[in-house]
Design a binder for this molecule. Structure first.
Ligand code: MV4
Length: 454
């Protein structure tokens, strides 16, 4: 096992990784920006190194600064957390060249999955179900028109280098296509430095369902079931749950078997998430793969009993999956996560500042992952996520009851948070009945705005 690990992140995930290291007897090094001097990840690490000013590009995203800190502290490995450098293949390559183990997949695999169209073709070859669409990049609008005729409208244009919804355009009729093609291309070129596009059949009201995988460095792959993340606004997830009510045991088994073969072939290593869209007929279609630990990993930990971050560390140190996982992976009960953001619950504007009061709920089946505390400060420079509230019950009804109880006891004063928004969603009959798709929040917010008018 590693002797010393640098955690290249901040906030709750930095703390989450530090905790896993501590429990495995690994020494820890935190890095921090000038805005994070008083952060808990700095206080709880064995060592902490300031790597630059508040701005991300000059601190947490500054590869030479992060690598210098790792060399000065003489660490064996770097855990990138999520976001920041976690899916940066160039960073993983620099780690390799510096003889520091990057805790994640090899850079070649990260690069493959980052090129969404290549990932799609790799999944297609391995018989993972994908949506009808183009084979490869579309070079011209004429070619796009040909594919669209073949696939059938509506179609969606997506950026090969994409993610987070940028560089995407829905095309409903051929006469719209040339303009939308150019708009998507320009947006992608500006956002990602690469405008190349591919096409898929557009699903109007999909559910977002993702499968958690773990792969060791000896060719073994395990699927730790799925999470449903359909409750999102502008591509930011708000609530996630595991398992999905819509996935049958048969579907779960089939996807697991297919992914296992596919990811062994690709040479996948460490933790990953395979994203699917479920169409109106309940069919799952691969859309992309995330090559990192995800924000919502704790709900999978709750239903499986597997510590995914410890598993990442043990896999990266060469251990085999059969030594890490129980002989038979089983799902137990139902887990739900609410992302608590520092933002206005109706306007969604960021809310930075000093937290004056902070009471975290607890009790049976309640977990809170946070790096915040009373008198702590939420800096304006970073992600608005300040806490994750995770509950685990024997079934979905018990999980909902626990979440409502826990939300009512979660007190944050001094800044605004999404807690009241979550309380309103949990009071919604459709949400409680499990009737939702990725358009749920749009409808929910429109309903709420209308009710306000009366
Ligand atoms: C889609 C889609 C419908 N049809 N692809 C949005 C972000 C990117 N990761 C994929 N996205 C979508 N791809 C096809 N063929 C609808 C979305 C989509 C979405 C997907 C998951 C969760 C929330 C979403 C919100 C809007 C659109």
């Amino acid at each position: 096992m590693f002797r010393k690990v640098l955690v290249a992140n901040r906030g709750e995930i930095a703390l989450r990784v530090l905790n896993a290291c501590r429990e495995l007897g690994i020494r820890t090094v935190a890095i921090y920006s000038e805005a994070d001097r008083n952060s808990l990840h700095v206080r709880f690490a064995d060592e902490a190194i300031c790597i630059g000013p508040p701005r991300l590009a000059e601190s947490y995203l500054n590869v030479p600064a992060v690598i210098s800190a790792a060399e000065i502290a003489n660490v064996d490995a770097i855990h990138p957390g999520y976001g920041l450098l976690s899916e940066n293949a160039n960073f993983a390559e620099v780690c390799r060249a510096s003889n520091i183990k990057f805790i994640g997949p090899p850079p070649e695999v990260t690069r493959l999955m980052g090129e969404k169209e290549k990932a799609r073709q790799a999944m297609k070859r391995a018989k993972v179900p994908i949506l009808p669409g183009s084979d490869g990049i579309i070079a011209t609008t004429d070619e796009a028109l040909e594919w669209a005729t073949k696939v059938g409208y509506p179609v969606i244009l997506k950026a090969k280098a994409g993610g987070g919804g940028r560089g995407m355009r829905i095309v409903r009729a051929p006469e719209e296509l040339p303009n939308l093609f150019h708009a998507a291309y320009t947006e992608a070129a500006n956002a990602f430095g690469n405008g190349e596009l591919y096409m898929e059949k557009f699903i109007e009201q999909p559910r977002h369902i993702e499968f958690q995988v773990l792969a060791d460095e000896h060719g073994n792959v395990a699927t730790l079931f799925e999470r449903e993340c359909s409750i999102q606004r502008r591509h930011q997830k708000l609530i996630e749950e595991a398992p999905s009510l819509q996935v049958t045991p048969k579907m779960r088994e089939e996807i697991a078997a297919t992914l296992s073969r596919c990811l062994t072939d690709i040479g996948y290593q460490n933790a990953g998430t395979v994203e699917f869209l479920m169409d109106e007929d309940g069919q799952l279609h691969f859309i992309e793969m995330n090559t990192r630990i995800q924000v919502e990993h704790p709900i999978t930990e709750a239903i499986t009993g597997v510590d995914l971050v410890k598993a990442q560390l043990r896999i990266a140190s060469g251990e085999r999956l059969d030594a890490i996982l129980p002989a038979k992976l089983e799902m137990r009960g139902h887990a739900i996560e609410c992302r608590i953001n520092a933002e206005h619950p109706e306007k969604f504007t960021p809310s930075a500042g000093k937290i004056t009061a902070f009471n975290v709920p607890g009790g049976n089946g309640v977990r809170v992952d946070t790096a915040q505390y009373a008198e702590g400060v939420v800096p304006p420079y970073y992600d608005s996520l300040i806490a994750k509230l995770i509950v685990h019950g024997k079934d979905r009804a018990e999980a909902i009851a626990k979440m409502e109880r826990a939300l009512s006891q979660f007190v944050v004063q001094g800044i605004q948070t999404s807690i009241p928004l979550h309380q309103a969603i949990f009071a919604d009959a459709g949400f409680r009945a499990g009737e939702f798709d990725t358009k749920f929040m749009e409808r929910f917010l429109a309903k709420r705005a209308e009710a306000k008018q009366d």
